[in-house]
Design a protein around this ligand. Structure first.
Ligand code: ANZ
Ligand code: ZN
Length: 817
């Protein structure tokens, strides 16, 4: 008798799989393609349970699809540029490269110990020159297409990370990485023109039926499309115009003031000769110190200042005081707003505070507003005091007034987006250098393709105040202009690491290509990714950027698809005692410990069994034990039947026991197949196999051996994507010489599922006494008779007279004595 010893089994098979290359990507022309991808990790040091969870999920899918006859691509790589490496280097007075590569080696080893079926020949590492050369090439492609540009502007600056951040990387006013409050800084930086793609990024979300609604909603909100009207106001005693953006042109006659963002360029001009100039300047300085969040949050105080100047209402010709206020943002709409205190709550509070007039121009259909208003009336109604538009329902007036303004050249319907261009410059070392030089004569010049990659210099100083690390290496900085051969200096910022991860999934299928970022034909065969698995935290960042990249590459004719990820699975967190596992909470369970104690198969089984993939998973030590015991039970089942396997009996589904196990076997195949491929519910799939295992244990010794052997083999096959090591071992114990992972996935026979026999539980006075099996069209009286014939039942009845006997069809016979 053998004992289940994962320590021996797992190592052995991992080595054999690697030697035999059974997970190498195959491209057989007759087979359909399936690209299964898990988000690649940052090589932070070691795997945590969250990693184990994503990789386990992905691996089940990949293995299952392979057995179903698909050409499966299942690669892994490293999102290897980024700040932790740099910070570790600063702390240890070393270099980010060895830290990163050591971590990669360690984590790769851990992934192998989990038995994940990656094709390691296609490994991608974003910090290696053979990868970032093509990141630079892609940057230049964007540059040539007018989609990469440099501009000076107020940017988000994290003082702790000493670098700028994209808008997507500022979460509630704080740095996404370290949580430090972000401040504004005026810098000249590189941007990618993602706003050019705002509309396509929005409308194409509708095509992504395989994405969770929640993620699509987050992207829609982030893009923030708003249909409105730009309305032009003249300025009294000054040249020029002020254009406001409004979604409520129906309230035009209710305007009692205009508000400009403190950054609005017109302020300088209209206050140049003002007595209030210094005061206004001081106010602007003060507001600009505050973050965007503080400025726009509903409960933060609205503060403003009158400029002393007036605009002219485009319809009435009335003077309208021009104010400056903290709540108007410079880069949304036009940075100027018309104040309608009667119908906008924010404006109402502002007008109340500063004693500005409140003019009602919309009345409800029924009744009349009580004056003075105690809050803004923001519902629909009919226009009043609005000249010739008076009487119109306000929703109609939106169109009518916009059209009228357009006719008079005083306005234009406009769509605004909340989405801003993607700021990609980072004042950090460990990233992809931006392939640009600045020539004294020719200005900004792209580095020619044949000079790529622009290598990261090894010798830099990391912490020189006000300088990007690359700027501290004189050899790197000074170069010659590719255009005139004169002196030029290099761009010394590096790219946001989200650029690296915006295209890595296109690199995998032709990962070794050295004359281009990818092979278009190969990429078109494999992509879009069929199943992408990763965390919800990337709902806007990585997933939006990747969609943008894909569309640009589509427009450039480099790929033939417009969306990179057909179907997305966002896995839940791993929690313990109700909280996310984290060092600070002290509730971390390390994958190594679990693997060392129980083996990788137990870790995988527990994780997949404990919760559906998209839910949070509560860690449970007893359930880990339970998973281990179940695998031991399966092992024993096979071990104790070795004689049976040697004989390889034929299958005879004749008697009722045989029929039942045969049916249970096919039911399990159906359930597991559908749960994995349609619902991605691995927990219920595993339950179905557990039931089958119980059924095999309960199968009588005397019944047909062929049916039993078939059931045991089915258990092994159905479990193989989930627990790949033990099933490989058992498959050999059953007498096979080839790998279980190269078998065809079992197919269920619908005919086997038709029940022609039904099991009834028989109760006497509410207590279960026996089970009987009857043919499916047995009459009720006959069922009662058969039930009472059972020895156990008649024993329990002890000869007492029957008071009642009830048959619950298909389930139960209840006898009351
Ligand atoms: C007048 C008005 C009257 C407005 C009314 C609303 C209600 P969304 O839907 O988010 O696009 N707005 C425009 N630009 C702004 C900026 N840069 N900073 C702060 N607020 C700005 O919102 C559009 C509305 O937000 C616009 O319509 C404008 O206020 C304000 F009863 O104009 B509204
Ligand atoms: Zn030049």
């Amino acid at each position: 008798e053998r004992k289940y010893a994962p320590g021996e089994i797992e190592k052995k098979w991992q080595e054999q799989w690697e030697t035999n290359g059974i997970y190498k990507t195959k491209e057989a022309t007759d087979n359909p393609y399936f690209y299964c991808l898990e988000m690649f990790p940052y090589p932070s040091g070691r795997l945590h349970m969250g990693h184990v969870r994503v990789y386990s999920i992905g691996d089940v899918v990949a293995r299952f699809k392979r057995m179903q006859g698909f050409n499966v691509l299942h690669p892994m790589g490293w999102d290897a540029f980024g700040m932790p490496a740099e910070n570790a280097a600063i702390k240890n007075k070393s270099h980010p490269a060895p830290w990163t590569y050591d971590n990669i080696d360690f984590m790769r080893k851990q992934q192998k110990e989990l038995g994940v079926s990656y094709d390691w020949d296609l490994e991608v590492t974003t910090c290696r020159p053979d990868y970032y050369k093509w990141t630079q090439w892609l940057f230049l492609l964007f540059y040539k297409r007018g989609l990469a540009y440099k501009k000076k502007g107020a940017v988000n600056w994290c003082p702790e990370c000493a670098t700028v951040l994209a808008n997507e990387q500022v979460e509630e006013g704080c740095c996404w990485r370290c949580g430090t409050e972000v401040v504004k800084k005026d810098l000249e930086q590189w941007y990618l023109r993602i706003t050019d793609y705002a509309e396509r990024l929005l409308t194409d979300l509708d095509k992504l039926s395989g994405w969770p609604e929640r993620v699509k909603t987050m992207q829609r909100n982030w893009i923030g499309k708003s249909n409105g009207t730009e309305i032009i106001f003249g300025i009294d005693k000054h040249d020029g115009l002020i254009t406001v953006f409004t979604t409520r042109p129906d309230t035009l006659y209710g305007v009692t003031y205009l508000v400009l963002a403190p950054e609005h360029p017109v302020i300088e001009r209209i206050t140049r000769k003002s007595k209030k100039k210094a005061e206004i300047q001081a106010f602007i300085e003060e507001v600009r110190k505050k973050s965007e969040i503080e400025r726009t949050s509903v409960d933060s105080e609205k503060i403003g200042m009158f400029t002393g100047e007036y605009a002219i209402h485009p319809k009435t010709g009335d003077p309208v005081p021009i104010w400056i206020a903290n709540y108007v943002l410079p880069d949304y709409g036009t940075g100027a707003v018309m104040g309608v205190p009667a119908h906008d709550q924010r404006d109402f509070e502002f007008a109340t505070k500063y004693n500005l007039p409140i003019r009602v121009v919309i009345q409800p259909e029924a009744g009349e507003l009580q004056l003075p208003l105690t809050q803004a009336y923001t519902e629909d109604g009919r226009l009043v005091d609005s000249d010739k538009f008076t009487g119109l329902p306000n929703l109609e007036a939106i169109d009518v007034i916009s059209a009228n303004l357009e006719q008079e050249g005083k306005g234009e319907r406009k769509t605004s987006y909340r989405l801003r261009d993607w700021l990609i410059s980072r004042q950090r070392y460990w990233g992809c250098p931006i392939p640009i030089v600045y020539c004294d004569n020719c200005g900004t010049q792209p580095v020619p393709e044949d000079q790529l990659p622009v290598l990261l210099p090894e010798q830099v100083e990391f912490e020189v105040a006000g300088k990007s690390p690359l700027a501290t290496n004189e050899n790197f900085v000074h170069t010659t202009c590719p255009s005139c051969g004169g002196h030029a200096i290099r761009e010394t910022d590096t790219m946001d690491t989200f650029i690296d991860s915006s295209w890595y999934y296109m690199r995998y299928p032709s990962a070794k290509k050295n004359d281009g970022p990818f092979d278009t034909d190969v990429v078109n065969r494999w992509l879009p990714v069929d199943k992408y698995i990763g965390g919800i935290e990337h709902a806007v960042l990585h997933l939006l950027y990747s969609r943008f990249f894909t569309k640009v590459l589509f427009d450039a004719g480099l790929v033939n698809f417009e969306e990179p990820f057909e179907s997305l699975l966002t896995q839940g967190m791993v929690i313990k005692e109700g909280a996310k596992m984290s060092k600070s909470k002290g509730n971390v369970v390390s994958p190594e410990d679990i693997v060392n104690k129980y083996g990788a198969d137990t870790a995988r089984l527990f994780i997949l069994f404990a919760a559906p993939p998209d839910r949070d998973l509560e860690w449970n030590d007893q359930a880990v034990e339970g998973a281990y015991r179940f695998l031991g039970r399966v092992f024993r089942l096979v071990d104790t039947h070795s004689a049976l396997f040697a004989n390889r009996p034929a299958i005879n589904v004749t008697g009722s026991d045989e029929k039942r196990l045969w049916q249970q076997t096919h039911y399990a195949i159906k359930k597991v197949t559908e749960d994995i491929s349609e619902r991605y519910q691995f927990n219920t799939a595993i339950s179905a196999v557990m039931e089958l295992v119980n059924a095999v244990y309960a199968y009588p010794e005397t019944a047909d051996k062929g049916v039993k052997l078939n059931a045991i083999q089915t258990v092994i096959l159905l479990l193989s994507p989930i627990v790949p090591h033990i099933t490989e071992e058992l498959w050999r114990m059953v007498g096979h010489t080839d790998s279980v992972h190269q078998q065809d996935w079992p197919v269920f026979d619908p005919a086997a599922l038709v029940q022609d026999e039904i099991e009834y539980a028989v109760q006497v006075n509410g207590k279960l006494r026996d089970r009987i099996v009857v043919s499916k069209d047995t009459a009720e009286d006959e069922i009662k008779e058969l039930a009472m014939k059972s020895d156990k039942v008649s024993e329990a009845m002890a000869g007492k007279p029957i008071k009642k006997c009830i048959v619950v069809p298909g389930k139960l016979v209840n006898i009351v004595v």
